[in-house]
Design a protein around this ligand. Structure first.
Ligand SMILES: [Zn+2]
Length: 254
């Protein structure tokens, strides 16, 4: 089966300028000490690490930092239960580096809905765990200079086309615009509900996955590249996992 492309786009730095690309959010290191409260409902909200947006777990407001205050930028739609076994705050390891699932974007396009889980790694890097119909992959941002001005434009890319990214020959498997529908937890960009994201997914011959992310404007030549591979939840030791009726209870990794 060919999974719906797994998109790691939307981390889509609202194109040049606004809060910065997910991989470059280091200027946004935020203090974890100060208590902050949702401007809409008053519930405590934590914005920490590389997070730029947080979704209030009580009222679904999306909140961003504005100076020392928090600013409301909208309310997200309720998340659609698409049967994902992944849970916010679950932990795992990729190549022996521990990570935490800190947020989730739910994205919709013509062929359905998928989840992008925002990961913060113990070494200070970030990544995205894409989750579409029980196919999983983890991608991390790589140097944008690897592709800036070197890959065809969004409009000129088509499925089946081979292109070189990060020194590897990859093939375009999908090109799409998708809408950000719902979210929970923390996100590394200014996540305005309803945003559109433009991206192209690529596959290599050795399980490599990549995405070129044009953000909310497909007409520029500096997409953000993400690179990674397919994973299984077992191989990354993700725990805990959501319990479904009739499933064996998940066990912590040994
Ligand atoms: Zn709230």
């Amino acid at each position: 089966m060919s999974p719906p492309p797994d998109h790691h786009d939307y981390h889509a730095q609202v194109h040049h300028g606004q809060q910065g690309h997910p991989g470059h959010a280091h200027g946004n290191q935020l203090s974890t000490e100060q208590p902050m409260f949702c401007p809409e409902c008053g519930a405590p909200v934590q914005l920490r690490g590389t997070a730029v947006s947080a979704v209030c777990e009580y009222c679904d407001s999306t909140i961003v930092r504005a100076g020392i205050d928090l600013q409301l930028i909208g309310k997200v739609s309720a998340l659609i239960d698409n049967g994902s076994p992944i849970l916010l705050h679950s932990k795992g390891k990729l190549d022996n580096v521990p990570f935490v699932v800190d947020g989730r974007l739910q994205v919709q396009y013509e062929r359905g809905t998928w989840n992008e889980w925002f990961l913060n790694f113990a070494d200070g890097t970030i990544g995205w765990l894409a989750d579409a119909q029980n196919q999983f992959s983890i991608l991390k941002p790589i140097d944008p200079n690897q592709v800036a001005g070197r890959v065809p434009s969004f409009d000129d890319l088509a499925p089946g086309q081979p292109i070189r990214v990060a020194g590897r020959m990859l093939v375009v498997v999908d090109r799409r615009g998708a809408a950000y529908k719902g979210a929970e937890g923390l996100l590394p960009f200014r996540a305005e509900p309803g945003m559109q994201f433009y991206g192209v997914d690529l596959r290599g011959y050795n399980e490599e996955f990549a995405t070129l992310d044009w953000g909310n404007d497909p007409h520029h030549d500096q997409p953000i590249p993400y690179f990674g591979r397919a994973v299984t939840l077992q191989s990354i030791g993700l725990f805990p996992l959501r319990q479904f009726q009739g499933w064996e209870p998940a066990r912590p990794p040994a």
